[in-house]
Design a protein around this ligand. Structure first.
Ligand code: R5P
Length: 295
């Protein structure tokens, strides 16, 4: 079956890196904004299998264009339309935390399942469910791990300590630290608001004089890293760096994280951001192949 990667304008470079590894063409999804704010989406040279590549940071407008592109691909003859969203939005609101709130994960998961034949993403933010296909029911859904890319980016420093800021981070901070033989500390975090967390890091006295890398799945408001870095600095840590899968932070937030003592912040190329530098194309290509999307 013919296959191509179809990419929105902001993702042409990472999508073409992926298509190069897969040995299939990369085609652009053209988007034009009408004066009233609506989008016109156009695809050309449609293949039987279409891999639509778009990260869903700042997701609201992107989601509409994504659905229009999926429809245009089917109208153009695609028999299978796959969504490859290195960053998948709306996974954090997996329950109504307060009366009257929408369960966004369920709504967006169903929307994707209704329009695509399969989904793959990187380090989806799952709390109360274990598998991505529970959030996106009825289609094959693959949550790929960025751990090998993050592990490869770890500085080669003796006595390095990895710190995960909360209990959810433990399995994959350990997955990164294990093969490298690195020490791990895991914090206990309670989120009190969008920009407010209570954080404790049991065993923090072990950071004294040691280089530390904070590891998280996503940097959003930066609140978590600012709180963690402040505590580490106050406890006498040596150089503090931060590495995360998805960088969503604004430049103001990044400046605040630096101001809290983090000397270098790096994220993967899942989302275009000043911190994005860790390649993931090989992880995505392996994921696409193991999912059987292409031979
Ligand atoms: C939370 O459970 C996540 O692992 C991240 O720690 C969190 O989403 C980061 O968000 P922020 O940068 O807004 O603190």
């Amino acid at each position: 079956m013919s296959c191509a990667v179809f990419a929105f304008p902001e993702a042409m470079k990472p999508a073409s890196d992926l298509s190069g590894l897969l040995g299939v063409p990369c085609r652009s999804v053209e988007v034009r904004a009408f004066p009233d704010g609506e989008s016109l989406v156009r695809v050309a040279e449609v293949t039987q299998v279409a891999i639509l590549y778009r990260s869903l940071d700042r997701p609201n407008g992107k989601l509409v264009e994504l659905l229009l592109a999926a429809s245009a691909l089917r109208d153009g003859g695609a028999q299978r339309v796959m969504l490859l969203a290195p960053y998948l939005a709306y996974m954090r609101q997996d329950k109504a935390f307060h009366p009257g709130e929408a369960v966004s994960q369920r709504v967006i998961g169903r929307l994707i399942a209704d329009h695509f034949d399969a989904l793959a993403t990187l380090d989806p933010h799952l709390h109360r469910i274990k598998r991505l296909d529970q959030a996106v029911p009825g289609i094959p859904a693959f949550g790929l791990s960025a751990a090998p890319a993050l592990a490869a980016a770890m500085p080669q420093k003796s006595d390095l300590l990895l710190v995960g800021p909360d209990a959810e981070s433990r399995p994959w901070v350990e997955a990164i630290a294990g093969p490298l033989g690195l020490d791990v500390l895991v914090g206990e975090k309670r989120r009190c608001g969008d920009r407010e967390v209570d954080l404790a890091i049991p065993g923090i006295e072990r950071v004294a004089g040691r280089p530390v890398v904070l590891v998280d799945d996503v940097i959003s408001s930066g609140t978590t890293l600012i709180a963690a870095a402040t505590m580490l600095r106050d406890s006498g840590a040596g150089e503090i760096e931060a590495i995360a899968t998805h960088g969503l932070a604004s430049s103001e937030a990044l400046a605040q994280i630096s101001g809290a003592g983090v000397s270098r912040i790096r994220t993967t190329l899942s989302v275009a951001n000043p911190t994005a530098c860790i390649p993931i194309a090989d992880i995505l290509a392996n994921g696409v192949r193991s999912a059987g999307w292409i031979a």
